[in-house]
Design a protein around this ligand. Structure first.
Ligand SMILES: Cc1cc2nc3c(=O)[nH]c(=O)nc-3n(C[C@H](O)[C@H](O)[C@H](O)COP(=O)(O)O)c2cc1C
Length: 432
């Protein structure tokens, strides 16, 4: 092991319902609208010295599966879901070292509002905020913002690039030393150190300056997870941390090599862009117990393929309810999540096979904390990646297994940090 790797926690379904009708979840689902579960998770992963907690988000109630909201609403899949930004401020306030990363839509959020919101959070948290940029992929989301259909996939990424440009210009509209608070001169802010940006682009315009000060990180940590060529190109130019959901080691290796090539071609240092992989380990006291738990999880998926299909329908705007599970699947296209659909389709010939093999991340790793830790270290050595985002079910039992079981073994082996070295999220993320 030459250098340690990073850990993040991906809270899928974010500030939504977790553990509805699932064992070991206590009152989590009933108390879904309160931040207590996420607060407990943030504190647990901070004790384990994770780099960040990332909150997924989406902006619509899906009706893509079977042409109705029924399937999703009855199971609390993706709705109800609160806005992650108020939760981000609670988590930032109740932690001291952890990076907090809400997800933001570059297609629907006005850049000025976003720049101000994130700068505010960065100031409040003394430099621990990140932002996961998504272009949003659903027609239903677009319709909530006055469009009939969503903007075309590639054009969305061109918008996203401009969005990042204007947001960064706004963040830079105050010099780092603009706030002087000089009592003798009676000057709080040096007026010459705050400037308009006068941004006029193809999609966005903003005069600036921002009406809050330069934040501690200047540029909060920017993340994104789009795996299409357009998503990767956007990341190579603009992003600090790239997240990938792959369920095969060769694919992870190819993804990282491709990202590093793209980053270098943009004139950036490939080591300055971190590539992290979704990981859903299943832990047990013994190898047998862990294997049994994983087998039961996979059997439950086999028994209810419609849950996976409904999820995929909401990501791709394709209604999978109408397909024969056992017929060969034709090649599908989408204006929704293209990389996700491509990966989904590559998992087998029929939908039933695909559902069996598909996972949003690497989910076949199971064992004791010691054996899972060894395997994680081997994967990073083989792939050369920068770390993992843990993405398992959000319940206190699972979080404890990871933070109190797995992470201490990784720490003993020097594979992950045992203490935070820096005050700012970006500095911790770029430390190794
Ligand atoms: C780890 C991870 C987290 C993601 N989080 C979100 C999210 O919170 N909201 C969202 O709309 N899409 C999310 N996505 C989807 C991506 O942003 C992107 O839309 C998707 O991967 C398809 O992009 P592509 O069309 O460029 O391949 C996530 C993807 C991954 C792998």
């Amino acid at each position: 092991m030459t250098r340690p790797f990073h850990l993040g926690w991906f809270v899928g379904n974010s500030f939504g319902v977790h553990g509805w009708n699932q064992p070991w979840t206590g009152r989590s689902a009933r108390d879904w609208a309160k931040p207590d579960l996420q607060i407990d998770v943030a504190r647990a992963i901070e004790r384990a010295c994770f780099d960040f907690l990332m909150m997924e988000d989406s902006l619509f109630v899906p009706d893509n599966y079977g042409g109705s909201t029924r399937f999703y609403l009855e199971r609390a899949l993706r709705a109800p879901k609160n806005d992650p930004l108020p939760l981000a401020s609670v988590l930032a306030y109740l932690t001291k070292n952890l990076g907090i990363v809400p997800t933001i839509s570059t297609s629907f959020y006005p850049p000025y509002l976003l720049a101000r919101h994130i700068a505010t959070l960065d100031l409040m948290s003394e430099g621990r905020i990140g932002c996961n940029f998504v272009t949003s992929t659903a027609a239903r989301a677009a319709q909530n913002f006055g469009l009939e259909e969503h903007v075309e996939h590639h054009l969305r990424y061109e918008m996203a690039a401009e969005f990042v440009e204007v947001v960064k210009r706004l963040w830079e509209s105050w010099d780092p030393d603009a706030v002087v608070m000089d009592e003798e001169r009676g000057v709080f802010v040096e007026p010459d150190k705050v400037r308009a940006v006068d941004f006029k682009g193809r999609f966005f315009a903003s005069r600036g300056p921002l009406n809050t000060a330069r934040s501690p990180q200047g540029h909060p940590v920017l993340m994104q997870a789009g795996g299409s060529p357009q998503g990767r190109a956007f990341a190579a130019r603009n992003i600090d941390v790239v997240l990938a959901a792959s369920n095969a080691i060769p694919e992870m290796k190819a993804f990282r090599a491709d990202m590093r090539r793209r980053v270098a071609a943009e004139g950036r240092d490939p080591d300055s862009v971190k590539v992290m992989f979704m990981l859903i380990p299943t832990l047990g006291e013994t190898e047998g117990e862990a294997r049994d738990r994983l087998d039961r999880k996979l059997a439950a998926k086999d028994a209810a393929p419609e849950v996976v299909l409904a999820g995929m329908s909401s990501l791709t705007d394709i209604d999978f309810a109408g397909f024969d599970l056992d017929a060969p699947l034709e090649t599908l296209t989408t204006n929704g999540q293209q990389g996700t659909l491509r990966q989904f389709q590559s998992q087998g010939g029929t939908l039933r096979e695909i559902v069996r093999n598909y996972s949003h991340g690497y989910d076949r790793l199971c064992g004791t904390p010691a054996s899972v830790a060894s395997r994680m270290i081997e994967i990073i050595e083989e792939v050369g990646g920068d770390g993992f985002i843990i993405a398992g079910p959000l319940n206190r039992r699972y979080v404890t297994e990871v933070t109190e079981g797995l992470v201490p073994v990784l720490q003993k082996r020097g594979a992950v940090r045992s203490a935070y070295a820096h005050a700012h999220f970006r500095d911790n993320m770029m430390e190794f």
